[in-house]
Design a protein. Structure first.
Length: 187
């Protein structure tokens, strides 16, 4: 939990009282590879902080997983639409290997907002960070060619190539595995 406490302190000011109140909203959970934090069709009632390992979000298209995001250490994951509207999630979030996660319960977190302005600010900031990440990825499909999307990924997230299979990266970039192989080959 120390890395979570440091992370929170880096994004907003936070007192020991606020930390104590926030602890009542958190549960540490260990996930095995391919275990789901959230399944497509469920209502999302949590925000997840990835302490170790990594997770991905994806949806199924004709039995094939289409990756929409990856979440690494010190990142938050959730389905904002499902979380805020209580609608069923359009995608799943699952561990890509052993992962340690801190789960924030939505109901308890909303109660804590009324106890501490700092917790409310923290919650808003987390949702902003998740939204920015999603918008940046979405913008790559609107503004960049497949080659530019790959180059953008290499420059901004070189760790992806070390930790994620090329097949999964291709899915994330919206291209075939063969196209990704061609883009990776120097000319």
């Amino acid at each position: 939990m120390d890395n979570l406490k440091k992370y929170i302190g880096a994004i907003t000011s936070f007192s020991e009282q606020s930390w104590a109140a926030l602890c009542n909203c958190m549960t540490g959970i260990e996930f095995k590879k391919n275990e789901h934090l959230l399944r497509e069709g469920q209502v999302c009632n949590s925000i997840f902080f990835i302490s170790s390992g990594f997770c991905k979000s994806y949806y199924n298209l004709d039995g094939k997983e289409i990756n929409t995001s990856f979440y690494f250490e010190n990142e938050f994951a959730t389905n904002i639409k499902s979380l805020t509207t209580a609608s069923k999630s359009d995608y799943s979030i699952k561990a890509c290997g052993k992962a340690a996660v801190v789960r924030f319960d939505k109901t308890k977190l909303l109660e804590a907002y009324s106890q501490s302005h700092q917790i409310e600010t923290f919650g808003r900031r987390v949702l902003e960070l998740i939204t920015i990440k999603q918008e940046e990825h979405s913008d790559t499909f609107k503004l960049l060619t497949p080659k530019q999307r790959f180059e953008n990924l290499v420059s901004k997230h070189p760790d992806f190539l070390q930790r994620i299979s090329l097949t999964q990266i291709a899915s994330y970039l919206g291209i075939s595995r063969e196209t990704l192989s061609r883009l990776r080959t120097p000319r």
